[in-house]
Design a binder for this molecule. Structure first.
Ligand code: KIV
Length: 275
């Protein structure tokens, strides 16, 4: 059985196939967002497994009201910065709004992300995105899907709300999760989904699920850098956010405390999940 030691001196660099193996071994994955080399280095030293250059950078770095204004040049710039700070963690980059609107656009954007140092790209949604996922995976670009609350859909959704609450929406989410996995996604982020539904989806898939506001039974958890450190973003603080700085005592301590809490199944608890 593969086990990944937690300190960066002993850790073997993560690869894409190791993610599915981690799920088979029942090893939970700790993921954070980062936007620069300095924080990325500390995350790597703290034993964070996966680092995402999220389009959340629009809100927490650029000070915008949504992720929609983020462009691929922003993501590529921050991906290159973060890549210089990592030695073990696997680096993912978000494809920003409409950079994945067609397979061709997505291939150009994802190629730039991989050339800047990412090992995987993340994209939101199912539907027309299934063709995009298949197209990228067939061209050797690993993909992380993202379902539930997809922030790039904020205008259609009318705000940042928990998804999959009624039976019909839950069935759609279950079907979409199976479809993105069948299209070739290697990971699935589930955002703002009731815990029992996220647990069902996690059991149904061979690929790991990474929750954010999706309960404790996902195969891993992700938080935004600013949230794990308790920094006010200027936006409403969602229920699933937890400040780990107080218990960690330092920035590296906060990242380690988050990783330990995820691996030991202590985060998220009921206070940080949706029933
Ligand atoms: O953009 C981002 O940071 C994200 C995570 C919250 C999953 O998509």
């Amino acid at each position: 059985m593969y086990t990944q030691p937690t300190t960066s001196t002993e850790r073997k660099p993560w690869t894409v196939p190791m993610l599915a193996q981690a799920k088979r071994d029942g090893r939970r994955l700790a993921m954070l967002t980062a936007y620069d080399a300095g924080f990325a280095r500390v995350m790597d030293q703290a034993g964070i497994d996966l680092v995402l250059v999220g389009d959340s950078l629009g809100m927490v770095v650029q000070g915008r009201d949504s992720t929609l204004p983020v462009v691929i040049d922003d993501i590529v710039y921050h991906t290159a910065c973060v890549a210089r700070g990592l030695s073990s963690a696997l680096l993912l980059s978000d494809l920003p709004f409409q950079a994945d609107a067609t397979p061709g656009r997505a291939l150009d954007a994802a190629t730039r992300c991989l050339q800047a140092g990412a090992a995987m790209v993340k994209l939101e949604g199912a539907g027309s995105k299934l063709e995009v996922i298949r197209f990228l995976v067939e061209r050797e670009i690993p993909v992380c899907a993202h379902l539930g609350l997809t922030p790039q859909s904020v205008l259609r959704l009318g705000g940042y709300k928990v998804q999959g609450r009624d039976e019909r929406a839950a069935d759609t989410l279950r079907a979409d999760a199976l479809a993105v996995a069948a299209a070739g996604a290697s990971l699935l982020v589930l955002e703002c989904v009731p815990s029992p539904l996220a647990a069902d989806i996690t059991r149904a898939l061979d690929i790991p699920t990474i929750g954010i506001g999706a309960g404790p039974q996902c195969d891993g958890q992700v938080l935004v850098l600013h949230d794990v450190l308790g920094l006010a973003s200027g936006h409403r603080r969602p229920k699933f956010v937890k400040d780990f700085l107080a218990e960690g005592g330092s920035v590296q301590g906060a990242f380690s405390a988050f990783a330990d809490a995820v691996r030991e199944g202590r985060f998220p608890d009921a206070d940080h999940s949706y029933a």
